[in-house]
Design a protein around this ligand. Structure first.
Ligand SMILES: [Zn+2]
Length: 678
């Protein structure tokens, strides 16, 4: 089957995206508007095109547009890039700069997407190209409101096109009846001022296409893993973290708590000890972490009397790597930073917010000062330098090899100040450009660092940030049903190498879905909880000294399985869901099954298949591993019992694999082609 790009037969509408023998999209592949009026590109656009890539230049209305489709893997996954240069002598204000536009061809397409909010990430939504639908966020965070990924599946033949704005701020995907799709930076309150000779780079949009949803999803994961995510030897080593947050939060964390846990972690397959919020600010035991964010140069000596350097050294002496949490852009209402660096604060005094499309969840705003947005504007030089120096200093003091970056703030349309070196209408764009530059600089200077973007609170899971961090923490809540729903959604965008989550944590707080009687927890239930979080990067948030011995023993076992069998394949693996998703509130599929596949059709080919019953009496799902050859012999090993069997691909299914694994509520088997068959 032929995939690719080709000039449209009639010369206009210009570019076809081809699958098989026909175009699935035929359009000028980008859109722009000046001060609300769409730019007519039909006569100006000049196309250069090969099967794998295409570029367009268009000179019109005092602007030069440069658009490119760059294939980012050997599969059909492109980055659609767009820039605009002001070639005239007057200031131009762009109000739309969509890097992707498609006109989907053929009959009706099903439209699949996800709503997203704290504790409610990756909630599936469906629509169709029979009617208009509009996707996007206005919260100033890419996944607060909706997730920046939309799947289009043609109902006749299953052909699939994925559209994903690679941007951490406000984005949109407009779908008009009949299949007109336009995507990029949100047009809401967008006023991008372009001075003469100035060039502006619009956020990219990732577009993937394949003959089925499954293949498109797999291709996208591979492309992001191989040619998009930053990777180093340190991050490919898949270190496992212990993090203090849920059992202690800020109020119960101290230096002694960290050391006491680290002494037990030392004997487990745990590589990093990550200190979460609670370490910074005034030296008092009763401070609230949200109020003082930004004061990264002061360590709370009431909780950490020996400071970060000593703590980091102690962790290193135990043979592990220290890590630290920081909400690098955040400014608490009561912080010193707010008082001492007013010039760096993001502000909006226009009085236009809030937008009612999301529930504002910024913590620590100031009701007496509604223009205070609660973050440092990284579009300002002063703000950027302060933030960069803060992160660098914290990492250096701690000798940290893990940085957890949070962001509990809704910037809305961003900073509208005009004394920051940006314009009133592009504050959010310049902030995120500043963030990306800062993260790139930090990675360069700390090559052994694992850089984690914490999602809820952060709520920025997008392919824009994916080019600047190593992994995304999926969601604050981690009860198993929710975790699996979030994972099911995240696998539509990210490879398992970019996904980090914890099994159900020991929560000290009173969040109802996370309540669990840890002292009476049975081992089989704990096994389900642990295994559910083992097909991607793994961390745990447990009070190790409090864990009942039977649970600590099982934790040790699972961490060894992860280290020996799963971590080594993550850097080459795709994650495939073999069943529908479980859904929060006792809904959806209750016997969730998953597959990791790595190095297909090579001597290192390996598949890991996992089954999880959310209730021990859940109805067994009738799944079958994929990407196996029916007539090939495979050696299958249950990673719990080491029971093994050799069987043909066609004989491997839910029933036969469950039987091998003793029909337990959860199991993981490893499947390898036998040498004779290769
Ligand atoms: Zn600003």
């Amino acid at each position: 089957m032929k995939f690719g790009l080709q000039p449209s037969a009639a010369g206009s509408p210009l570019l076809d995206l081809v699958l098989g023998s026909s175009a699935v999209s035929s359009a000028i592949p980008f859109k722009a508007a000046i001060a609300g009026l769409e730019v007519d590109l039909t006569s100006a656009a000049q196309l250069a095109c090969s099967n794998a890539s295409a570029s367009i230049t268009a000179q019109t209305q005092g602007l030069q547009f440069d658009w490119q489709a760059v294939q980012i893997s050997s599969d059909v996954v492109w980055e659609f890039k767009l820039s605009a240069k002001n070639t005239g002598s007057d200031l131009i204000t762009l109000s739309r700069l969509d890097s992707a536009a498609l006109a989907l061809q053929g009959s009706r397409w099903r439209v699949e997407s996800f709503a997203s909010a704290w504790g409610d990430e990756f909630r599936p939504k469906t629509a169709s190209t029979q009617h208009d639908s509009f996707f996007g966020v206005r919260s100033g965070r890419s996944s607060h409101g909706e997730s920046p990924i939309v799947y289009f599946i043609r109902e006749d033949d299953g052909y699939t096109v994925i559209v994903s704005p690679a941007w951490s701020g406000n984005w949109h995907v407009d779908v008009l009846a009949g299949g007109w799709v336009s995507a990029g930076i949100s047009t809401w309150n967008l006023n991008l001022s372009l001075a003469p000779n100035e060039t502006l780079h619009a956020p990219s949009v990732i577009v993937a296409a394949a003959e089925s949803k499954e293949v498109a999803q797999r291709n996208l994961q591979s492309a992001i893993r191989e040619n998009w995510l930053p990777r180093t030897a340190a991050t490919d080593a898949i270190p496992v973290e212990w993090n203090h947050w849920w059992p202690y939060e800020d109020v119960e964390v101290t230096q002694d708590v960290i050391i006491e846990n680290a002494k037990l972690a030392e004997n487990l397959a745990i590589d990093s000890i990550v200190v979460d919020a609670g370490w910074f600010g005034e030296s008092k035991l009763d401070t609230n972490w949200t109020d003082l964010r930004g004061d990264w140069s002061s360590v709370n000596l009431a909780r950490f009397p020996d400071g970060l350097t000593k703590l980091g050294d102690s962790i290193i002496e135990m043979g592990m790597a220290p890590g630290i949490w920081i909400e690098l852009e955040a400014v608490g209402a009561k912080s010193e930073l707010r008082r001492t660096m007013p010039e760096a604060m993001a502000r909006d005094d226009s009085g236009l917010r809030p937008d009612p499309s999301y529930r504002i969840t910024t913590v620590s705003l100031d009701p007496s000062d509604p223009g205070f947005l609660g973050y440092v504007c990284l579009g300002s030089q002063a703000g950027w330098e302060h933030t960069y120096n803060s992160v660098k200093s914290v990492l250096s003091q701690m000798k940290a090899r893990w940085l957890k970056m949070d962001f509990n703030i809704d910037p809305g349309f961003g900073c509208t100040r005009t004394d920051h070196g940006h314009n009133a209408g592009d504050g959010l764009l310049r902030h995120y450009e500043g963030l990306y530059k800062l993260l790139d600089q930090i990675r360069l200077e700390f090559p052994d660092l694992v850089l984690e973007a914490c999602s809820s609170g952060g709520l920025r899971v997008d392919l824009g940030l994916a080019k600047h961090v190593h992994c995304f923490f999926m969601s604050d809540p981690d009860y198993t049903e929710h975790h699996l729903q979030v994972l099911w959604g995240a696998a539509h965008m990210l490879p398992p190498l970019a996904i980090l989550h914890w099994p159900w944590s020991w929560w000290r707080g009173d969040y109802e879905p996370s309540k669990l009687d840890w002292n009476n927890l049975d081992v089989e239930t704990f096994d389900v909880m642990m295994r559910a979080a083992m097909f991607h990067r793994l961390g745990v948030s447990y009070p190790l000294p409090k864990l009942p011995k039977r649970i600590l023993d099982r934790l040790s076992h699972h961490l060894e399985v992860f280290r020996n069998h799963i971590a080594p394949v993550l850097k080459t693996a795709n994650l495939i869901s073999l069943t529908d998703s479980p859904l929060r509130g006792n809904g959806g599929e209750r016997n969730s099954a998953w597959q990791l596949t790595s190095n297909l059709n090579s001597t290192h080919e390996v598949h890991l298949v996992m089954s999880l019953k959310l209730e021990s009496d859940a109805k067994p799902a009738m799944f079958k591993p994929v990407q196996l050859d029916d007539s090939q012999q495979y050696a299958v090993v249950d990673l719990e019992t080491q029971n093994s069997v050799t069987a043909l691909g066609k004989e491997l299914n839910a029933e036969s694999l469950s039987k091998l694994a003793g029909n337990k509520s959860s199991w993981i088997v490893e499947i390898r082609p036998t040498r004779a068959g290769l």
